[in-house]
Design a protein around this ligand. Sequence first.
Ligand SMILES: [Zn+2]
Length: 308
Amino acid sequence: MSVAFISHADCGRHDTGWGHPEHVGRLRAITRALRDHPELFGTVEHVEGRHATPQELALAHDPIYIREVEELVAAGGGALDADTVASEGSWDAATAAAGCVLDAVDMAVDGRAGRSFCAVRPPGHHALRDRAMGFCLFGNVAIAAHYARRRHSLDRVLIVDWDVHHGNGTQALVESDQGIHFVSMHQWPWYPGSGAADDHGLGNVWNVPLPAGLPAQRYVDELERAVDQASQGFVPDLVLVSAGFDSLRGDPLGGFTLELEDIATLTRFLTERAAQWCGGRVVAALEGGYAPDRVGQACVTMLAELAR
Ligand SMILES: [Zn+2]
């Protein structure tokens, strides 16, 4: 199966300012790590994604909010929330981030690349329908899920989010669509404070809140179990992964203990499930991860597993 590595130069143009943990060095570390693995580098198809259109963003967001972001950027940028900013390049970056994931969905559905990893920023899983939040402007993965449903008429999409923070934005953007099931494993209690175990959204959400510092295998087991629950009687046509690498041990913004081999295990678990469900379609997109070298290594690990 053909595997794509999808990114866009504009994703580097979202300037969060000096000292912000979500910076362009995260993507540079991925490119560097990939170059250090020439065999893998040569195996995957390198794709420059497109920009999502405002109409596509509106699959999940309020058109007024979309216009506000565009206008703020046109005016030179500014603060969107306490820790989320927009710079002159942020519109191009955020639409490219979403567009790369849409391209990945297109390629998965039409068979050009059954599996892909989208190295994008800004991340998306905290963005709400009418508001930026937690470094996120637009819900890249949530938009992609709705796009897969509407544009490609897929009946069932599964989203798996292993970022160390609850994917509150994704939950808010997808919970009204019973054709989308959302699984989020996250540190608890932790930012943003939502995602309790008994919060099932409108019945299509599986939250797995866990304390920091558990043995890594616990996180792997709990996430796999939740994926199995979320797919009971629901055979996905596509698996989307919010691949946050801030769940790795040592991340400055999280206390989970995953190692690279756990990323490999989880990726293999999902590719094996996807092979049974939907011809192996898996689209992964970068969310958090704030130790750049670890992010780079994790991306290589995940790509290698996708390319097996
Ligand atoms: Zn995170």
